[in-house]
Write a protein that binds this ligand. Sequence first.
Ligand SMILES: Cc1cc2nc3c(=O)[nH]c(=O)nc-3n(C[C@H](O)[C@H](O)[C@H](O)COP(=O)(O)OP(=O)(O)OC[C@H]3O[C@@H](n4cnc5c(N)ncnc54)[C@H](O)[C@@H]3O)c2cc1C
Ligand SMILES: *[C@@H]1O[C@H](CO)[C@@H](O)[C@H](O)[C@H]1NC(C)=O
Ligand SMILES: *[C@@H]1O[C@H](CO)[C@@H](O)[C@H](O)[C@H]1NC(C)=O
Ligand SMILES: *[C@@H]1O[C@H](CO)[C@@H](O)[C@H](O)[C@H]1NC(C)=O
Ligand SMILES: *[C@@H]1O[C@H](CO)[C@@H](O)[C@H](O)[C@H]1NC(C)=O
Ligand SMILES: *[C@@H]1O[C@H](CO)[C@@H](O)[C@H](O)[C@H]1NC(C)=O
Ligand SMILES: *[C@@H]1O[C@H](CO)[C@@H](O)[C@H](O)[C@H]1NC(C)=O
Ligand SMILES: *[C@@H]1O[C@H](CO)[C@@H](O)[C@H](O)[C@H]1NC(C)=O
Ligand SMILES: *[C@@H]1O[C@H](CO)[C@@H](O)[C@H](O)[C@H]1NC(C)=O
Length: 631
Amino acid sequence: MAPIGFLAITGAVMSFSIANALHTPKIRARVHDDPKSLRESYDYVIVGGGTAGLTVGDRLSEDGKSTVLVIENGEFSNSHHINWVRDRITWYAEPWWLYNLTSVPNKELHGQRSTVWAASVVGGSSALNGMQCVRGTRDDYNRWGSFFGPNSTWSWDGILPYFKRGLHFQSPPKTAVEHMPGLKYDESYWDTESRVYGGWPSYQWPGIKYHFEVFSGLPGVDIPEDSGAGKAGVFWYPTFMDAEGTVNRSYSRTGHWDGLNRDNYELIPHAKVAKIELDGNKATGVVFRSSILDGDETEPTGVKVNKEVILSAGTVHSPQLLQLSGIGPRQLLESAGIETKIELPGVGQSFHDHTTLFYEIKFKNYSIHPNRRDDMGDPKFIAWADELWNTNRTGPWSRGYFNTAAWLGLPVIAPDAYESIAAKVEAQNAADYLPGGTDPTVIAGYQARLARLAKAIRSKDDIFYNINFSGDEPVNYFTYEHPLSLGTININVSSPESEPVIDFRTYSNPVDFDILVELARFHRRMNVESPLLAQFEPVETSPGANVTSREDWVAYIRKNTDPTAKHPVGSCAMMPLELGGVVDEQLRVYGVEGLRVVDASVMNIIIGANTAGAVFAIAEKAADIIRDGEA
Ligand SMILES: Cc1cc2nc3c(=O)[nH]c(=O)nc-3n(C[C@H](O)[C@H](O)[C@H](O)COP(=O)(O)OP(=O)(O)OC[C@H]3O[C@@H](n4cnc5c(N)ncnc54)[C@H](O)[C@@H]3O)c2cc1C
Ligand SMILES: *[C@@H]1O[C@H](CO)[C@@H](O)[C@H](O)[C@H]1NC(C)=O
Ligand SMILES: *[C@@H]1O[C@H](CO)[C@@H](O)[C@H](O)[C@H]1NC(C)=O
Ligand SMILES: *[C@@H]1O[C@H](CO)[C@@H](O)[C@H](O)[C@H]1NC(C)=O
Ligand SMILES: *[C@@H]1O[C@H](CO)[C@@H](O)[C@H](O)[C@H]1NC(C)=O
Ligand SMILES: *[C@@H]1O[C@H](CO)[C@@H](O)[C@H](O)[C@H]1NC(C)=O
Ligand SMILES: *[C@@H]1O[C@H](CO)[C@@H](O)[C@H](O)[C@H]1NC(C)=O
Ligand SMILES: *[C@@H]1O[C@H](CO)[C@@H](O)[C@H](O)[C@H]1NC(C)=O
Ligand SMILES: *[C@@H]1O[C@H](CO)[C@@H](O)[C@H](O)[C@H]1NC(C)=O
């Protein structure tokens, strides 16, 4: 697999002890350590205490009356490896905070298997992610609703209030504004009610401004009034951190669990849900196994639900749990020996993610800047950064990953090629690019997606290319934000309860190669051939200047792709049933009463942005839908 850049950075951050990783939670009895202490039934049972799960749990228990239980597989952790934003630079995580997921060999990538990232800890992936707080464009959200007709509330206007409700915005400090004079923000796109914070680091890497100049100077590239305005272009955006307070990560647990201490809001960590109980077509409860007491999984425990089960186990495990419960494609369930209770062909299909391409550029002469990201291994740098952090909670250790980037559409990137690419997509027959035996409704759903993606290819407001401004050399990869290919997540028929079979099916739609070749050529023009960067003497070390023909590019792409940008979505898509959908506009699982899915898996087409912000917004909207019947 291509070595992705952030893994290469070591140094000071790795030397911290992991001794305090396991802490007894200070929260009172609302965190259960014995399944026997649970009530017999709850109004709402939420499967998965992750990004969406805790957000929904908070909102549904706000009335002080509705009883809510969250069941989470992972531990309750107070480790600084989660709280400190500096730890994102190394992506440090204890092994038990991540599922051990590997995709099946990818046919178009010479059989490469890839790591699939999903967190197992209270807070879910929001506890371990890169803290990038980005929204995507208006088209991204209007497209979600477009499958349901013109009046759907899944639209930019329909979701903006929930983006506002989902984050407490902290404006950039003066130091940041002074460093980046061209960038803008507009507080009218934000609010300050949530306890999930988004703020700016006080320190910016010195070189960010050069990249900013290169990209913002390109014809057709806008600098939107705010990162949350729903527009493509070059912008800076918040980091999920409490910049004005703790200077720690802010995530679903700090925002939607800690400090609430409500008698009607309970959590059981170290508890793995095995299936949802159905009585006819009604969800009546769940069965889980707890490993708190002796470390080994105990006898299964059942808990009953008065109103609804809410599945928030994430893109990998929500479809698995539906399938294990007898809700899914009939043939798959039959081969696994599971009785089909509700035949729902779309479950686990239509899975996708952003695609990452490894691309290495070195600056031969970057000596004019001290204290850049590349210096992080230097003892002098470390001493300086430590001092700033220890005295003031400022400096490089107060920042997370990136917070400025270019997000661009194909008309800007490939003005001569985008039209023919769009026409090619429009002419495609969806069935040709899905696994044999795919249900006709799922095929119809893919055809409908392709029509919308063709339109997106023609729009400069739909993002296809993303590069983060790292502050020194260009980051050694870029992402492809709207890949056409669809994958699958299915239970392992010979061992249904072990991890599911994850098949990215990267580049199964060959037009993805056409688009990536354009993106890669653009990346070279911007980062290697730009006159503004010439002073740093850029050298492309991978693929190298000799790769120019389409054929050589495709060969390079096949060997240097990571099929994920850690943003898996789509496996329980919100789509009409006749288009292979799993949930309707109210996020109810088709054919089942009292069961919804609320997490990243419901996105029918991925957004042109990192996904956590949208998951918070989906969860906020879902809570209104659940309480009021609509939103
Ligand atoms: C390493 C990494 C980096 C990322 N970087 C960014 C970023 O910088 N910015 C951004 O916007 N997005 C980022 N993302 C993506 C974003 O964090 C996710 O899209 C989002 O958090 C997903 O939320 P979710 O609620 O769908 O799932 P999760 O937050 O993953 O929650 C699912 C929860 O369900 C639990 N669960 C699963 N199965 C069971 C079961 N059987 N029983 C009980 N519990 C179960 C899991 O343990 C987990 O806690 C990143 C993701 C990862 C993993
Ligand atoms: C911030 O995180 C650190 C490391 O885990 C923790 O010790 C500290 O208490 C946190 N700060 C606050 C105010 O929560
Ligand atoms: C993944 O594997 C590691 C190492 O074997 C283990 O410690 C961890 O618990 C596993 N993760 C999960 C979520 O089961
Ligand atoms: C959408 O709403 C408008 C105005 O209320 C209404 O006239 C129209 O019939 C609706 N369209 C559909 C498809 O429901
Ligand atoms: C590096 O660039 C600076 C500024 O452009 C220049 O003064 C210096 O001579 C260059 N150093 C080398 C080794 O080329
Ligand atoms: C801490 O912050 C204050 C106010 O911004 C500044 O004057 C001081 O120099 C800082 N201390 C260090 C060690 O940077
Ligand atoms: C930007 O950084 C985030 C991690 O924080 C990552 O998910 C995303 O893929 C990155 N994009 C690029 C183009 O580097
Ligand atoms: C499915 O389960 C079997 C039995 O545990 C195992 O040998 C096999 O590797 C699994 N398949 C996949 C794709 O994980
Ligand atoms: C380009 O040059 C490198 C280094 O000499 C070589 O390894 C590679 O095979 C070449 N690639 C092509 C497509 O010619």
